[in-house]
Design a protein around this ligand. Structure first.
Ligand code: UDP
Length: 139
């Protein structure tokens, strides 16, 4: 059965470009409840660990550099079928391929700087949420 939580980051490009408010508005208007949230900045070690699954990919170095260059908004979101519904809301990894109206279509500039992260499974949602938040910060 699908779980009811997912984890997201508004990436450094979205924060730099002043899109925090608009993106959070679209997320909550789409039925997600924010159950944890903070502005934070990942260290190089944090980003390398978070994206460990991509460490052999050619874009890994650029990805780590991008994700550590400024603050992000990290959040845990709750909704029925959260992981799948949130991936639909953000759109394809490459904004050029993302559906009209999706967050990446509206706010992302490229496949690397693509505005927002969304967990790809219930298991990863739990791991990624726990990576960024202590139990007392989850509501
Ligand atoms: N990424 C990149 N180049 C690529 C593919 C991915 O820079 O060719 C970055 C991009 O920021 C993406 C992240 O690596 O969001 C993780 O990639 P994944 O394939 O897991 O995509 P996602 O699940 O974020 O859509």
């Amino acid at each position: 059965m699908a779980g009811n939580k997912t984890f997201t980051m508004l990436k450094p490009d979205a924060v730099e470009n002043g899109h925090i408010g608009a993106i959070l508005e679209q997320i909550t208007a789409s039925g997600f409840r924010i159950v944890a949230m903070k502005l934070t900045q990942m260290t190089q070690a944090d980003a390398e660990k978070f994206y460990d699954i991509h460490k052999e990919r050619p874009f890994f170095g650029e990805l780590v550099e991008f994700m550590t260059r400024g603050p992000i908004v990290a959040a845990i979101l709750e909704k029925e079928n959260a992981v799948e519904d949130f991936r639909t809301l953000i759109g394809a990894t490459n904004p050029e391929e993302a559906a009209e109206g999706t967050i990446r279509k509206k706010y992302a500039a490229s496949i690397g700087e693509n505005a927002v992260h969304g967990s790809d499974s219930d298991e990863n949602a739990a791991i990624e949420g726990a990576f960024h938040f202590a139990g007392r910060e989850m509501f």
